[in-house]
Design a protein around this ligand. Structure first.
Ligand SMILES: [Ca+2]
Length: 329
């Protein structure tokens, strides 16, 4: 039994790639293929490949030839288009060359325009500065105008004050005028009082001096001249009345005389003699020029009709007359 047991071969397990085999004891040795058997599949494969290559070549030629021919045609067309483009570019170069002069002129104009733009820019800056100054000025004027508005608002009140001042000034001027008139009256009264104190009488703007001694007509006139006066003239009824009443019943020489027996009557103080108006002052029947020697006139009686012509050498009292001339204050 034991020997039988020993004659049972051992089992071996081997793995060759994807094959699993079971052999007793050990796997059979691998027998090596012959060279001819190994070369036959290779040749076959080569032939198959060559055949495939030929087939593919033929197929490709059949497919690619039309495509290549189309491509060649397209290349030719593109070449012609390219030639046209080159010609156009050549023409364009010629045009550019022709227009180069215009381009230069345009460049000059562009530079001129740039200069003008620079000037315009400078002017714009100046204008901007001017505008800023003007704005500042406008602001100042606006503030001034607001002040003017304030002043305008005060004008009505000022006008009322001015009206009051004007009324006050008018009153002051009136008072000044009154004071001046009073001053003149006071000065006139002072002058009159001074003359009265020296023996003169005042009547309606004239001073009259009634003498206390008798003189001939000429001597009396000389006395009056020495007192800045003349023998009196008579130019109105009121004056005549004042004179004959002041003379009383005493003869007084007056300033009426004539140059010789044939001369016309005249006033010695150069007052024009009104012959017609003076008729009422003669004593009736006078002047009678008695003895052709009566060339001077006196007030003889206390009456409106008081004049009488008498010899100039007679000595009578006399009346001097001086116009009142207000002296400067
Ligand atoms: Ca007479």
């Amino acid at each position: 039994m034991k020997a039988a047991e020993r004659e049972v071969p051992d089992v071996h397990f081997t793995v060759d790639k994807q094959n699993i085999s079971l052999w007793p004891q050990e796997p059979p040795p691998k027998s090596a293929p012959s060279l001819a058997m190994r070369q036959t599949p290779t040749i076959r494969a080569a032939l198959i490949c060559l055949s495939l290559f030929l087939v593919v070549s033929v197929v490709l030629q059949a497919i690619l030839y039309p495509w290549l021919m189309g491509t060649i045609s397209d290349v030719k067309t593109n070449a012609q288009l390219l030639k046209v483009c080159v010609d156009n570019i050549s023409n364009l170069g010629s045009e550019i060359k022709k227009n180069s002069g215009d381009v230069e002129a345009a460049g000059v104009q562009i530079r001129m325009v740039n200069v003008s733009l620079g000037r315009a820019h400078s002017q714009i800056l100046m204008l901007k500065t001017s505008v800023e100054k003007a704005n500042t000025r406008i602001q100042v004027l606006t503030e001034s105008w607001e002040k003017v508005d304030d002043l305008n608002a005060q004008i009505p009140e000022l006008k009322r004050e001015i009206d009051k001042a004007s009324a006050f000034n008018a009153k002051v001027r009136g008072l000044q005028s009154s004071l001046e008139n009073i001053s003149k009256l006071l000065k006139q009264q002072s002058d009159i009082l001074q003359m009265v104190s020296q023996g003169w009488k005042y009547f309606r703007g004239n001073f009259y001096y009634f003498s206390h001694i008798q003189k001939t007509w000429y001597s009396a006139q000389q006395f009056c001249v020495s007192r800045e006066s003349h023998l009196t003239s008579v130019t109105s009824e009121s004056e005549q009345e004042f004179l004959y009443k002041s003379a009383g019943e005493v003869f007084h020489w007056i300033g009426l005389t004539k140059a010789g027996s044939e001369g016309d009557w005249y006033w010695v103080d150069d007052t024009p003699f009104d012959k017609v108006q003076s008729v009422r002052f003669w004593i009736p029947g006078e002047p009678n020029n008695v003895g052709n020697n009566e060339h001077c006139v006196n007030i003889k009686v206390s009456s409106l009709q008081s004049w009488n012509d008498a010899p100039c050498d007679n000595k009578y009292l006399f009346i001097c007359k001086r116009p009142y001339i207000p002296s400067e204050p």
